[in-house]
Design a protein around this ligand. Structure first.
Ligand SMILES: Cc1cc2nc3c(=O)[nH]c(=O)nc-3n(C[C@H](O)[C@H](O)[C@H](O)COP(=O)(O)OP(=O)(O)OC[C@H]3O[C@@H](n4cnc5c(N)ncnc54)[C@H](O)[C@@H]3O)c2cc1C
Length: 467
């Protein structure tokens, strides 16, 4: 659908970071007639390849897809996306169970290759008229003079550029955020999860096809730790092992494995032999992957303020990095970009636009950050638990009996575009209801459905039609 734009002379913006959010925002603003300069620390991934050739993938959901449709990169991205219908849970005894995410194949998520997605977005941004400058890492900012100093990582060369406003799309470690914090109080807090992750790979099967069910997000939940695997277009899976950093007591009183105890490739093999036995034969280079790939830290970043007057504003991970367990960090960052472009376009007062953007997005970022943390517990510890399975069965039943009132929280976050804060609030009401209605029952057969329906009508108002 063509986007209508106001044509106003000399609206210029400088974006720091040409990752996922930076490239998308550049496109949205350039399409609206803005002059856009984007500065990226790394080299152009279209020339030198991405992430050392490793396949790292992300789950794309409706919020992110909607933003891509607006920007116009959706067809190319979706041509390589792999559908994931639900979670394939691999139980400790080796049996598996597919827990669908939605009602049918209209409610699914998509595994996309991070590097390819970035490349598509860079092409789209350039076609829309944005100027991309690679090998330019922001090192310092003079907000009064409105100049930014950038350095070239190849030779250390320094470059100074003037700006009207800066947008920090420079990721969780945002150098622009650090520069803002030197001038104003932004209320920055980082809460580390105490767990980290490592990526491993399942190659294609000997016949060149996928070696396990391709249309699922695989999970091996093991209490305080877990593995997941997402499919890639080239018939591989990217496996992510999540472990505590330090030993934690398991429910049994023994110590759960941790990155402090699983240190070498041989330790990793022993862990997989014991806890992920069905995954082990699928990962022929387990030792090499484990030893070569770095462990990534997981944390939630909270800020009270995302902008500095009319001079700078933060989006995506730079403003609100979150743990990855709802698969929403990029989706949320893309929603930020759509919102910021709309606010900037609607007002000639930049500070007012930044303030309106923060007022709209900050409460929603807090809500998805909280839900992402909760989802870690659910994925690693609850998906194989009987109470949880009964509550989920009731959830699905209520969703079909009361589609206008009861939409599972996962569906509100993943398949709809209602504000995250509304999904969070209703999700809590619904969870209380599920716990209450299943208390004392082992099966849905013993429920009094008239009473159940009456309770749902009494507690849950109909959702707004556009939610
Ligand atoms: C293990 C893991 C799994 C995840 N899975 C999902 C998922 O399934 N679904 C999902 O939606 N999200 C997922 N996420 C979250 C997602 O990766 C992030 O939310 C998303 O990448 C944020 O985009 P961004 O553009 O804000 O930051 P980034 O993608 O980090 O981009 C920042 C860019 O800024 C550049 N930069 C950094 N410093 C400078 C500088 N000084 N000057 C100029 N440029 C600079 C970087 O090189 C980079 O290109 C996951 C995250 C992790 C860690």
């Amino acid at each position: 659908m063509p986007v209508e734009h106001r044509v106003t002379a000399n609206r210029h913006i400088t974006i720091i970071g040409a990752g996922l959010a930076g490239a998308l925002l550049a496109t949205l603003l350039a399409q609206r007639g803005w002059q856009v300069d984007v500065y990226e620390k790394r080299g152009d991934p279209r020339l030198k390849g991405y992430e050392g050739g490793r396949s790292i993938n992300l789950a794309l959901a409706e919020r992110g897809l909607h933003a891509l449709r607006i920007a116009g990169g959706d067809d190319e991205v979706m041509a390589h996306a792999v559908m994931m219908r639900g979670r394939m849970v691999h139980f400790a005894d080796g049996h598996t169970d597919l827990q669908r995410y939605g009602r049918d194949d209209s409610e699914v998520i998509w595994s996309v290759h991070r590097g390819e997605l970035n490349v598509v977005l860079l092409d789209v941004a350039e076609k829309a008229g944005a100027s991309l400058h690679f090998n330019r890492g922001l090192s310092s900012v003079d907000f009064d003079a409105r100049t930014a100093r950038l350095s070239d990582p190849r030779d250390g060369g320094q470059h100074e550029v003037g700006f009207e406003s800066l947008v920090g799309a420079d990721g969780a470690g945002s150098p622009l955020r650090a520069e803002m914090a030197r001038e104003i109080e932004i209320g920055e807090r980082t809460e580390f999860l105490g767990h980290s992750y490592k990526e491993l790979e399942i190659p294609p099967a000997s016949d060149g096809g996928f070696s396990i069910e391709p249309n699922a997000l695989h999970i091996w939940p093991r209490g305080r730790y877990m593995c997941i695997a997402l499919p890639n277009d080239e018939r591989t899976f990217t496996v992510t092992l999540f472990l505590p950093n330090e030993p934690l007591p398991n429910d049994s009183g023994t110590s759960a494995p941790s990155f402090a105890t699983v240190r070498t490739g041989a330790d990793a093999r022993a862990l997989f032999e014991r806890d992920f036995a069905d995954a082990l034969p699928l990962i022929p280079n387990l030792e090499r992957d484990f030893e070569q790939n770095p462990a990534g830290l997981l944390a939630t970043l909270y800020l009270d303020r995302w902008y500095h007057g009319d001079r700078a504003v933060l989006v995506g991970d730079a403003a609100h990095a979150m743990v990855p367990f709802h698969g929403q960090g990029m989706n949320c960052a893309f929603e930020d970009c759509v919102a910021l472009a709309a606010h900037l376009d609607a007002s000639d007062d930049r500070e007012a636009a930044f303030a309106a953007f923060q007022a709209e997005r900050l409460p929603n970022a807090r809500a998805i950050q909280a839900m992402a943390l909760e989802n870690y517990l659910e994925m690693r510890d609850r998906v194989d638990n009987d109470d949880y399975l009964l509550q989920r069965a009731l959830e699905m039943r209520l969703a079909s009996r009361h589609p206008d009132r009861f939409v599972p929280r996962y569906a509100m976050v993943t398949f709809r575009r209602m504000p995250y804060a509304l999904a969070f609030e209703r999700g809590q009401l619904q969870r209380d209801l599920l716990v209450e209605l299943t208390r004392g029952h082992d099966s849905l057969d013993t429920l009094d459905w008239d009473a159940v329906d009456a309770t749902v009508r009494e507690r849950l108002s109909p959702l707004p039609a556009d939610a």
